[in-house]
Write a protein that binds this ligand. Structure first.
Ligand code: FES
Ligand code: FE2
Length: 350
């Protein structure tokens, strides 16, 4: 059910710290991991399982750049090799904890869950960093008790802004009427669409004159497993061509959202959102972060209840509608990659 040859977002860089010898636990794609930072700053991601008797290494102790299991005291180097067994000198070759490739990029910790030799950093999704960029991004995180395919479907179809996010990100039923342009990529889906002459989105409506209308352009890169990067631009109505040229740009933000499945029934949702530094008037980026959190709680309520219904009746018949086009494409890309990993032949979308 999970892609293995894939970079998973394992947390923000500030969550894995040198302070207090912190060991951080994660559950990613059905595997238990312990993360820690070596004294030189590099992050180690090790299976949270001692190869001796499966004690959790996250209950262990950091010793320099190594990790000691605090059950019987075996000590593991950051490459997973056992380097000490108390009370004996011979160390069996198989005394080795599994270690996952890690890359830190754009203030995100990325962990590769598959074959080590295929861990290509070029496959990490593009993103806006939290620091040192033209954008003032504030991060957040949420746990959602739903299968990650439901999150994929949610993010690949923004018609739900009209309904789920009526009082936060939406504010018009026009969001449910758009016809996005899709482009399937080798590991995801690019989506673009205009919503023309709509009321200003609910969360920022108070920044505009009462009754103001705007044109909004969404440009989204969605990649496996479920990383979602949105460039969001708001224009004075009727000023911008379809390619955005000539438009009177009123407001512009980026948001990056990373959905990491823990297991079949839950995910960790990492997100950040922000305006340009020069547009970041006091309180604006905090308001966007709070709006994102409020909106994702709206999604969480819907998806957790949907997940529970699906568990009750997994084979309940479904019907399709026009707004399923994005989810259908993104899940098709995911399923093709899953089949390829399983050695099955893949299909072509007609
Ligand atoms: S379980 Fe870790 S040393 Fe025994
Ligand atoms: Fe949503």
């Amino acid at each position: 059910m999970f892609l293995k040859n894939c970079w998973y977002h394992a947390g923000w860089d500030f969550e894995v710290t040198l302070a207090h010898d912190a060991l951080v636990t994660r559950r990613i794609a059905g595997e238990s991991l312990v993360l820690y930072r070596k004294p030189n700053g590099a992050v180690v991601a090790m299976e949270d399982r001692c190869p001796h008797r499966q004690a959790a290494l996250s209950l262990g102790r950091k010793e320099g750049d190594a990790l000691r299991c605090m059950y019987h005291g075996m000590k593991f180097a950051p490459d997973g090799k056992c380097i000490e067994i108390p009370g004996q000198t011979r160390i069996p070759e198989q005394a080795c904890a599994h270690v996952y490739p890690v890359v830190e990029r754009n203030n995100c910790i990325w962990v590769w869950m598959g074959e080590r030799e295929k861990a290509d950093p070029a496959l990490i999704c593009s993103a806006v960093p939290l620091r040192d960029s033209p954008w003032h991004m504030l991060p957040g995180k949420m746990h959602v008790k739903a299968n990650y395919r439901l999150e994929i479907a949610n993010l690949a179809d923004l018609s739900h802004l009209a309904w789920v996010h009526e009082r936060t990100l939406g504010g018009s039923t026009r969001y449910a009427e758009v016809s996005p342009k899709f482009e399937i990529t080798p590991r995801g889906l690019n989506t673009r669409f205009w919503v023309r002459s709509v009321p200003v989105q609910a969360a920022v409506a108070h920044l505009f004159p009462p009754g103001a209308h705007v044109d909004v352009y969404f440009e989204i890169q969605h990649t496996v497993p479920c990383n979602w990067i949105l460039h969001h631009r708001v224009f004075a109505p009727g000023t911008a061509a379809d390619d955005c040229s000539g438009g009177e740009l009123l407001f512009e933000t980026w948001t990056c959202q990373y959905v990491t499945p823990r297991d079949e029934d839950s995910i960790d949702y990492y997100y950040c959102w922000g305006p340009r530094h020069e547009q970041n008037l006091p309180g604006l980026s905090e308001m966007l972060r709070d709006t994102a959190e409020a909106a994702f709680i709206e999604d969480k309520l819907v998806l957790e209840a949907q997940h529970a219904r699906i568990k009750e009746k997994p084979h309940y018949p479904q019907i399709s509608a026009a707004f399923d086009a994005g989810p259908g494409r993104m899940l098709w890309v995911l399923d093709n990659l899953l089949k390829a990993e399983a050695g099955e032949s893949t299909a072509h979308l007609s």
